[in-house]
Design a protein around this ligand. Structure first.
Ligand code: AHR
Length: 320
């Protein structure tokens, strides 16, 4: 067979097409993620975990910070729908008010994953799966520590002030409920004041100052729904001339470095762990969902309780 000049050119072109095959490789997964904000040490670690996991998995992550506002999250989700991302994931600032926008995502056939916080929706098929902590159990664990601690002083009664998280958010509602469930019917424990500190140090300090002004030495326990508010409140307690961790027991949730540092200084008594490092699992779930693989409706993470007595030993192992 004679090879004409045209045939040789054709073969060369075909070879060059094969060589540039990566141009036809599978498109990377695109995830639109709407984060609550940057309100706490926990949140910073959560954001870093998600970005890092996405980068390592070669995922194209479109990240939007909602600055603690639901309307910003709704806007971000609508923009992800318009951009036709493969999967939408978000950490809902509050629990309710999501039906409409999630229906829009469903109509556009874009699966939704809830990260860290749950939602209350009329139709559970509006999201595919949830990954995060059991916040009710965290509240129970905080109260159980207090009940155990109180056994050392059987005649003492406990006047508790509570710093709640963001109003309407799943962790604030659930941590309040879990704690209340454990102390219910026990006359030794009384929540004398309860107000939101919005999960921030500044607000935690401000609200604790107000509690101290109105209740003074009547307070002997602070229960904070997160470590950042506890750390802010510790400052307020010290400025009021009292000793956090001694005059006022400090019980909080998250297990961030700042809480361990406070425990090492004897200013915080216990932190209940809430693990923010869920990025790798979130990305894996998104990949499975995109591939049409079945995923569980709820994925929860294993967590511990760290009282001040174990802080020195545990501190070097902390990853956030
Ligand atoms: O949703 C998790 C909570 O949100 C964390 O406990 C808190 O620190 C954060 O802001």
């Amino acid at each position: 067979m004679r090879l004409t000049r045209r045939k040789i050119m054709g073969a060369a072109m075909a070879a060059s097409i094969v060589a540039s095959a990566p141009a036809f490789a599978a498109k990377p997964l695109t995830i639109g993620f709407s984060q609550v904000g940057a309100e706490s040490e926990w949140r910073t670690a959560n954001t870093a975990s998600i970005k890092d996991a996405a980068r390592k998995a070669g995922v194209n992550l479109k990240f939007a910070d909602a600055q603690q506002r639901q309307e910003n999250q709704v806007k971000a989700i609508r923009s992800f729908i318009a951009q036709r991302v493969d999967v939408i994931a978000f950490s809902p600032v509050v629990e309710s008010g999501w039906d409409t926008v999630l229906r829009e995502a469903k109509a556009a056939k874009i699966p939704v994953i809830l990260s860290d916080r749950a939602v209350k929706v009329s139709d559970p098929s509006l999201y595919v799966t949830f990954i995060g902590s059991d916040f009710v159990e965290e509240g129970r664990r905080a109260a159980r520590w207090l009940v155990e601690h109180a056994k050392k002083n059987p005649n003492r009664s406990y006047n508790i002030v509570e710093l709640q998280g963001t109003v309407g958010s799943a962790p604030a509602l659930d941590r309040k409920a879990g704690f209340a469930e454990v102390i219910a019917g026990n006359p030794k424990f009384k929540i004398i004041r309860s107000q939101t500190g919005d999960f921030t140090r500044a607000k935690g300090k401000e609200v604790m100052e107000a509690f101290l002004k109105s209740e003074g030495k009547n307070i002997n326990v602070l229960y904070a729904h997160n470590d950042d508010m506890a750390i802010g409140a510790i400052q307020a307690i010290e400025e009021a001339g009292l000793k956090p961790g001694k005059d006022i027991l400090v019980v909080s949730i998250d297990g961030v470095r700042g809480a361990f540092e406070a425990m090492l200084q004897g200013k915080l008594n216990v932190t209940v762990e809430c693990n923010p490092l869920i990025g790798p699992q979130l990305i894996q779930l998104a990949q499975q969902v995109k591939a049409g693989k079945p995923v569980p409706k709820r994925v929860t993470v294993n967590e511990g309780v760290f009282p001040a007595e174990v802080a020195a030993k545990e501190f070097p192992n902390r990853k956030y």
